[in-house]
Write a protein that binds this ligand. Sequence first.
Ligand code: MGD
Ligand code: MGD
Ligand code: MO
Length: 765
Amino acid sequence: MSVPSAQPPPETEPPRLGAPSAAAAGLKAVGVTAALVGRMGVARGVRALLDVNQADGFDCQSCAWPSPDRDRHTFEFCENGAKAVADEATPLKIGREFFAAHSVAELAARSDHWLNAQGRLVEPLVLRPGATHYAPIAWDDAFQLIAAELRTLPTPDAAAFYTSGRTSNEAAFLWQLLARQFGTNNLPDCSNMCHESSGAALTESIGIGKGTVTLEDFDHAEAIFVIGQNPGTNHPRMLSALASAKARGATIVSINPLPEIGTERFKNPQDFLHPLKALPTLAGEGARLADLWLQSRIAGDLAVFKGLMKAMLEAEDAAPGTVLDHAFIHGHTHGFEALAADLRAAHWGEIIGASGVAENEIRAAAAIAIQSRATICCWAMGLTQQPEAVTTIQQVVNFLLLRGSIGRRGAGACPVRGHSNVQGDRTMGICERVPAWIDQLDVEFGFVSPRAHGLDTVEAIRAMHDGRVRVFVAMGGNFLSATPDTEFTAAALRRCALTAHVSTKLNRAHLVTGRTALILPCLGRSERDVQSGGEQLVTTEDSMGIINSSRGRLAPASPGLRSEVAIVCGLGEALGLRAPWREFAANYDLVRERIARVVPGFEDYSRRVRAGPFSLPNAPRERREWRTATKRANFFVAPIPPSVAGPGEFVMMTIRTHDQFNTTVYGLDDRYRGVFGGRRVVFMHADDIAALGLMQGQRVDLTNRHGGAERVARGFMVAPYRIPRGCVATYFPEANVLVPIGSTAAGSNTPTSKFVVVTIAAAGG
Ligand SMILES: Nc1nc2c(c(=O)[nH]1)N[C@H]1C(S)=C(S)[C@@H](COP(=O)(O)OP(=O)(O)OC[C@H]3O[C@@H](n4cnc5c(=O)[nH]c(N)nc54)[C@H](O)[C@@H]3O)O[C@H]1N2
Ligand SMILES: Nc1nc2c(c(=O)[nH]1)N[C@H]1C(S)=C(S)[C@@H](COP(=O)(O)OP(=O)(O)OC[C@H]3O[C@@H](n4cnc5c(=O)[nH]c(N)nc54)[C@H](O)[C@@H]3O)O[C@H]1N2
Ligand SMILES: [Mo]
């Protein structure tokens, strides 16, 4: 019997390289959206899209960018939101016949694109020890099976309960309750691979692990820095906020090794889609969004920000009292003198060398910051997935603090979250660390939760690998393909007694399994959720701390599906844990009542969220109150990290195409970057291609040797690109096999998915 493959198969057709499309969004996005409506079936498609991000509809499954409080467009979504909806609302289904016809090994030989395209999972499935095929299982039997495996464990800490960021607040709250009542804080989540570095940095700097801006601040910002983020693909609705800020006269700076087109030119698809607006002429080039693009090297950001702050300090010294916000620095911060001393001692030569950005460009960006009375810094994975992610983000905060740009209208820190409810899941206690409100949880449910730290994602993989964790249960996600070091993680999962996934769609994590495996199919957010207590709504928190209600309207893909809340309750009951699981599953208001009593900021939860979106408290934003060790906002000093790539080595980032949501591959094009029909490409500087004696279109193998192990990714096509020399880029998840489990960010343990040292050689050589 062949072992199911942990990696996608080679591509049969080579990707085609063409011209990147000229402008982000625009009419092409309208065409793509119209085609997707067709794929869902016209009536179902229109129904679904009309409900996206409406006050009485459902929260878009794609990103966590907020929707306006008022004046929502008829179409409050983007092309990629439409893809996410279409992917969930597909009329295709896979049930017992499909799984009887295809063995697990056969499925594992298919591409990720193919697996996802087969349709929705419709009934619970089990892969028994030694079996080659999944077979149906009744819901109650599935719960009993998990409970039985959990009960045989030597300690509750031999189980891990993973969460991906689509889970609603209600399901997340019950999920952490279940894990903690069972007796463990092993609650790894996707945040460990995502914005963990932001949370760690911001908590130390300003006393809250979240951002400090609202959407309204974009109406008042004078400068917006977009750092290590590709909003045109990953947060397309953010482009509207940037475009209107720019139209008002705000200046936009992009700091990125790549010329991401969304920050270069943008046409607002709302202008095309809005039924009342006439079609504009097609000739328009779209708005040029970034006024200045600093093309930094990978991980050059810490040096860029040192340079920016050094230039600001020099300007202040030349004209004292004109640049820094001294009242704010004296009244609210700690550590300014040490920072100033560090900046004065920093050498421009080192800054330029490490950042790859010319001094005059850094000075130009500093001039923009100096002129701005309200600056916002936005960032995403380009900063968080670096070895020095935490200290780098703290330099970004330093930069804001120097001019008092936190807790002021139009200004602040804006880590742009990924998954649509990843922030809410954390607020609900999905975290391997103990939440601040743990005592209230214990009182509310009459038990004593564990106080020792649990395992994060990387630690959970290691624990499975060496046999300390034997049961792995996932609330959503694709643990195998989203995590680093694919073959290491595969070995870890194969060593488990049981791996179980609550999922909407088939993915590779269902195919590389423990001795027994389960797939528990759940309702998607676009679907009606009717329980014995009537039709239910759930809630989510967006990237700016706003709580929205979400209610699907489509008929469920199958009567065999259960809601995530009902699934957690079914398992809680099978385990005999103490909570009114049946009542919770029947009426989610009862869950919200408990959340209101346990988690601060959720008073009167059910009534308030039905009345409209509401904001969670944010002390730095509202009152310039800093819940840090010093009770002030802290400046942090950090050295510029040394370059670790040796001769012949490259630093590789792993990024998303315009046609995927994390590991879910919708299609094979990345049209903004000019790649069509395939995903196994490596973007390289033309001079690096020539220096290695390679040619455009040639296939190469990439190798990483971190910690003495050899990791190889084969058959990537060379694509010349505007990327700094010494840096290369590949797509996630194909390149995850190269991301070493042992390379994580200091202070957040986030895998360094944007900093992987590789060598490159002709394929098969
Ligand atoms: N359509 C769609 N939307 C999504 C997702 C999706 O897959 N598809 N994923 C969601 C999730 S979970 C997340 S976390 C977000 C991700 O949103 P992004 O963070 O925008 O996603 P990435 O593709 O990882 O892009 C990272 C960006 O960082 C840049 N970068 C890489 N290394 C560096 C560096 O060292 N310094 C700087 N300054 N920049 C660097 C890259 O060039 C790229 O522009 O999007 C969310 N939204
Ligand atoms: N190399 C590299 N690796 C990375 C990254 C990177 O940039 N580079 N990014 C990291 C980041 S930022 C993140 S957030 C993680 C993402 O990690 P995950 O969140 O684990 O992965 P996803 O691909 O988002 O999960 C997709 C699966 O979720 C299931 N699903 C979809 N909707 C629902 C739902 O409503 N409920 C349930 N229960 N299941 C659902 C489907 O079965 C689908 O196959 O990946 C990380 N991995
Ligand atoms: Mo993410």
